[in-house]
Design a protein around this ligand. Structure first.
Ligand SMILES: [Zn+2]
Length: 354
């Protein structure tokens, strides 16, 4: 039996159950973990449990009360979700405290001060916490330090390094790990049903997902899975053919359609897969633990082992690709980003000196 269908995060579930049983659920949390492992879903499940009017032991929401029904419908008036707008590089301050004309008369921090609509408490979920501007982070500090009236605030980000120390020190930090391949398999199988896809494609998507359910769902698309193989082939080729890499990546990204989010999701897979490839190559060049065992999945391990670059080159490629991932999150122009990234991969040594 999983808690509210949440897979792969049992120890975190246990921690909240224990805290709740002692009546000591904190007010401010910072959820940290890789993209796509279910931090947002966990935050919503927790909100539902905390707001339930007739919870059962073990932090189990009853599923039938007014509050549970509204949580399930995504219309709960006391669950407040804020995220970075698609077209912005950071979370604007007005989403937290209102615009210049409505300071502290709008925004998340202000809404938290209002009485809960259903009488219990309020839960605020701030997604994309990696992208809080310093100004926006500063106006959150007081709210995090003393959440009003039993409120619970959950910030969701990908790495601790991306959070300001002032934010980190005011939150209880909860770390989410990548999901196991088996957990990803189980979730995917539950989502797609038994007949639609065979077990082999589910396993392939799960194995290449690096524990991210979001990525696994994308990899179920044959076009995405085969481009990923082609990408690994291109990266493994020496000398790297930057023009081909740029052209193929752009057409892969554009084939996602006109909307920005699916295009961004595809480019994220490209960058993340490249990081995995170079990490596997680096591991081969500088074996950790002296064992030379690579943890990469088979599809990457083979090409990475044949790659002829050295450790410096692999490290430079990793750090530049992580920069590109960062820029992607900050709403960079995708075509320009791909051009810059491929140009750098062609000239890793120059990039290192800059
Ligand atoms: Zn309930």
């Amino acid at each position: 039996m999983t808690w509210q269908g949440i897979e792969g995060h049992d120890s975190i579930v246990e921690r909240f159950i224990q805290a709740d049983a002692r009546g000591r659920v904190a007010g401010s949390f910072l959820f940290i973990g890789p993209h796509g492992v279910g931090k947002g879903s966990f935050a919503l499940a927790l909100a539902k449990a905390l707001l339930c009017e007739a919870p059962r032991p073990g932090l189990e929401p009853c599923g039938g009360c007014r509050s549970c029904l509204q949580s399930a419908a995504g219309t709960h008036p006391d669950i407040d979700i804020v995220r970075k707008p698609e077209d912005r590089a950071t979370i604007p301050i007005e989403l937290l405290i209102g615009d210049a004309e409505h300071r502290m008369r709008e925004g998340l921090c202000w809404r938290l001060l209002l009485k809960p609509a259903l009488g219990g408490r309020k839960v605020a979920i701030l997604l994309d916490a990696d992208h809080l501007s310093e100004e926006a982070a500063n106006c959150l500090l007081k709210t995090l330090e003393e959440p009003p009236d039993n409120a619970v605030i959950i910030l969701v980000g990908t790495s601790l390094e991306r959070q300001l120390p002032t934010i980190r020190s005011r939150c209880q930090i909860v770390r989410f790990r990548p999901l196991s391949t088996d957990a990803v398999m189980r979730i995917l199988a539950g989502e797609v049903g038994p007949t639609e896809l065979n077990e082999a494609s589910l396993r392939m998507a799960a194995a290449s997902s690096a524990g991210s359910l979001v990525r696994a769902r994308l990899l179920l698309d044959q076009e995405v899975a085969s481009f990923r193989d082609r990408l690994i082939g291109l990266l493994a080729t020496r000398p790297l053919r930057g023009v081909d890499l740029a052209r193929d990546t752009i057409s892969f990204v554009e084939a996602a359609g006109k909307d920005a989010p699916p295009r961004r999701a595809r480019l994220r897979i490209v960058f993340e897969s490249a990081v995995e490839f170079y990490r596997a190559a680096l591991q081969r060049a500088v074996p950790l633990d002296g064992a030379g065992v690579t943890t990469a999945e088979a599809a990457i391990a083979g090409p990475a082992a044949r790659w002829q670059g050295d450790a410096d080159e692999a490290s430079a490629a990793i750090s530049r690709t992580l920069d590109a991932l960062d820029a992607l999150e900050r709403n960079a122009n995708l075509a320009i980003l791909v051009d810059a990234w491929t140009a750098i991969l062609e000239q890793p040594r120059l990039a290192q000196m800059s």
